[in-house]
Structures are given as structure tokens and as C-alpha cells.
Write a protein that binds this ligand. Structure first.
Ligand SMILES: NC(=O)C1=CN([C@@H]2O[C@H](COP(=O)(O)OP(=O)(O)OC[C@H]3O[C@@H](n4cnc5c(N)ncnc54)[C@H](O)[C@@H]3O)[C@@H](O)[C@H]2O)C=CC1
Ligand SMILES: O=C([O-])CC(=O)C(=O)O
Length: 312
């Protein structure tokens, strides 16, 4: 029997890429390769070395390198795409579309060349459209191209519910459907605290406020930071996805998946619940939606389609 170490490549050594790389290394999920453009090779190498020097102190045993050479990503099990620009206060995620679509095209070409068997997780915004772009440009099977939004959005929703009730976040579950924009659809009906439907514990007015704060959660961090966007919670969300895949956990999580008729949409990437395991998206879970929920999801899907029409 021959065993080999797992390899996770992180494209983009900025805030989200570096944070995800460190969290993945700390959990010893595999060796980590951080890739950036030639102009940013120094920072990519510097961050990787700094993380490596943390490993004896924290006691994790992971090889981490920074590079501008995509050849180092050869045979990656997973490639995470965080390359691109982030928004500034006053901008929407959709304002990033043309710059980041061009970056996705070049990144997709490199992944196809060097890591043709990898599962790709896309973070770059606007993430539903960027995941679609990576899917089209690589030609990889749909179950191997996945976008991250729902774990983060659900994480925000769960945080606000736990704060409201002054209970542990561990006991709060929630589901957020739809595109990663202000029209995302937090599903109250499927959210619970210790198994108790959240509607039994929090008033409708307070829940409406929590839903609105969740929808604008990314913007709240952008305004507070003043430049750039969130990275700790996004890094944590990526790490959960990597772990679910590499350990074939078959976790039930929200993720951005290619829809081919599911929920009534075709040829669209959108956030929905999936089973995430060793093959990537193992299954899309279709939930029954009320008319109001479906109308809200249609609105969110529409705004993703509009962005896609700008680039495809
Ligand atoms: N889907 C989600 O939930 C979230 C998405 N994001 C998005 O993730 C992206 C990255 O955000 P940050 O890390 O904060 O930005 P950042 O600006 O800190 O880092 C981006 C990095 O990508 C690099 N890059 C640009 N072109 C590249 C290429 N062709 N190959 C390799 N690297 C390249 C840049 O040099 C830079 O180091 C943004 O588009 C942001 O909007 C951020 C948080 C959450
Ligand atoms: O808001 C942004 O631009 C970054 C992001 O997607 C998030 O934090 O949800």
C-alpha cells in the first residue's frame, strides 16, 4: 500500500487565502501551497514561511509553501480560488465582476493544466458567477466545482440568533439559500435552537431584523474594516468544506452548486443545501419551499443571472 500526503492549493495569498491556508494547516488537513501573481510572490512566500514557523510552536505538522509558480500545485486534491479584488465601502460584490472574471479565466487555465483531478472551491466574488466561470473555463464535472457562501452566511445567521437568545452557537442551526448577495434567503422555517424551531423562541420582528443583518453581513464587515472584506469567517467556512471533502464526511452543508433543473433553475450556480463528501457535491438536497420562499429564491436567482449575463 502506498499512502501520500494530501495537497491543498490556495490561489491568492491575500486576507482570505492566507487565513484559510493557516486554518487548514492548523487542522493538518494536508500540505498547503499558496499561489499568487509574480508581483506578490514575496508576500506569498513570506506568509507561508511565517505560518510554517508557527507550526512547531502550535504543534501542527504541515508543509506550507508560497510561490508564483502554478507547477507547485501539481496533483492538488483541492484547489481553493480566492484570487481577485475585494470590494471597498460603497461597492457591491457585483461591481467586482469584470475584473474578477478575467482573473478566473487565467486561474482556470492553470488549474486545468496542473491539477486536472482537483476539486475546486471558489470564494472570489461575485461568487455565484465566478464559480460558474471556473466551471465553464475548466470544463471539470459539476460536482468538482463548488462555491462557498452558505456556510459563511449561515454562520452569521447562527451568530446573531445565539446572541439574541444568549445561548451557545453550537446549538443553533440555520439554512441560507440563494445567491451570495443582499437578496439571499435565510430560511427561518428550517432553523432551530437545540431542535426547537427558532420561531418559537424569537418574535417575528426580531427575526426580520436578524434576517436583514445576515443579508447585509458582508457589507457590515466591509464598513467596519474600511478597506477590504471579511476573512476569518470565510477562512473558517473554506476549512470546513476542505475537511468535509478530504475526510469524505458527507456533511449536509449549504454550498454553491450547479443546478440542472433542481429548484426549477438550469445552467445556474446558486447556494443550496448539498451533501459534501469525497467526490465533492455528492447530492443536491431539494427542499419544499413555500410560495413566499420560492418567490424570494427566484429574486435571488434572477440577480445572479443578471450578473452572469454581463460576462457569458
Ligand atoms: N464568497 C465569499 O463568501 C467571500 C468572498 N470573498 C472574495 O474573495 C476574494 C479575495 O478576497 P481577499 O482575500 O480579502 O482579497 P485580497 O486582495 O486580500 O487578496 C486577493 C489576492 O489575489 C491575488 N491575485 C490576483 N490575481 C491573481 C491570479 N491571477 N493568480 C493568483 N493570485 C491572484 C492578489 O495578488 C491578492 O494577493 C474577493 O473577491 C472577495 O470579495 C471574500 C470573503 C468572503
Ligand atoms: O462582503 C464581501 O464583499 C465579502 C463577502 O462576500 C462576505 O464577507 O460575505
Amino acid at each position: 500500500m502506498s499512502l501520500r500526503r494530501r495537497k491543498i492549493s490556495v490561489i491568492g495569498s491575500g486576507f482570505t487565502g492566507a487565513t484559510a491556508a493557516l486554518m487548514i494547516a492548523q487542522k493538518e488537513l494536508g500540505d498547503v501551497v499558496i499561489v499568487d501573481i509574480p508581483d506578490m510572490e514575496g508576500p506569498a512566500k513570506g506568509k507561508a514561511l511565517d505560518m510554517l514557523e508557527a507550526s512547531p510552536i502550535q504543534g501542527f505538522d504541515t508543509r506550507i509553501i508560497g510561490t508564483a509558480d502554478y507547477a507547485e500545485t501539481a496533483d492538488s486534491d483541492i484547489v481553493i480560488v480566492t484570487a481577485g479584488i475585494a470590494r471597498k465601502p460603497g461597492m457591491s460584490r457585483d461591481d467586482l465582476v469584470s475584473t474578477n472574471a478575467d482573473i478566473m479565466k487565467s486561474v482556470a487555465g492553470e488549474i486545468k493544466k496542473h491539477a486536472p483531478d482537483a476539486i475546486i472551491i471558489v470564494l472570489s466574488n461575485p461568487v455565484d458567477a465566478m464559480t460558474y466561470t471556473i466551471y465553464k473555463e475548466t470544463g471539470f464535472p459539476k460536482e468538482r466545482v463548488i462555491g462557498q457562501s452558505g456556510i459563511l452566511d449561515t454562520g452569521r445567521f447562527r451568530t446573531f440568533i445565539a446572541q439574541e437568545l444568549n445561548v451557545s452557537v453550537k446549538d443553533v442551526t440555520g439554512f441560507v439559500l440563494g445567491g451570495h448577495g443582499d437578496e439571499m434567503v435565510p430560511l427561518i422555517r428550517y432553523s432551530s435552537v437545540g431542535g426547537i424551531p427558532v420561531e418559537k423562541l424569537i418574535s417575528k420582528e426580531r427575526l426580520d431584523t436578524i434576517v436583514e443583518r445576515t443579508r447585509k453581513g458582508g457589507g457590515e464587515i466591509v464598513s467596519l474594516l474600511g478597506s477590504g472584506s471579511a476573512y476569518y469567517a470565510p477562512g473558517a467556512a473554506l476549512t470546513v468544506m476542505v475537511e468535509a471533502i478530504l475526510k469524505d464526511q458527507r456533511r449536509v452543508l449549504p454550498a454553491i452548486a450547479y443546478l440542472d433543473g433542481e429548484y426549477g433553475y438550469s445552467d445556474l450556480y446558486l447556494g443550496i443545501p448539498v451533501i459534501l463528501g469525497g467526490n465533492g457535491i455528492e447530492k443536491i438536497i431539494e427542499l419544499d419551499l413555500t410560495d413566499d420562499e420560492k418567490a424570494a429564491l427566484d429574486k435571488s436567482a434572477d440577480s445572479v443571472s443578471k450578473v452572469l449575463n454581463m460576462i457569458h
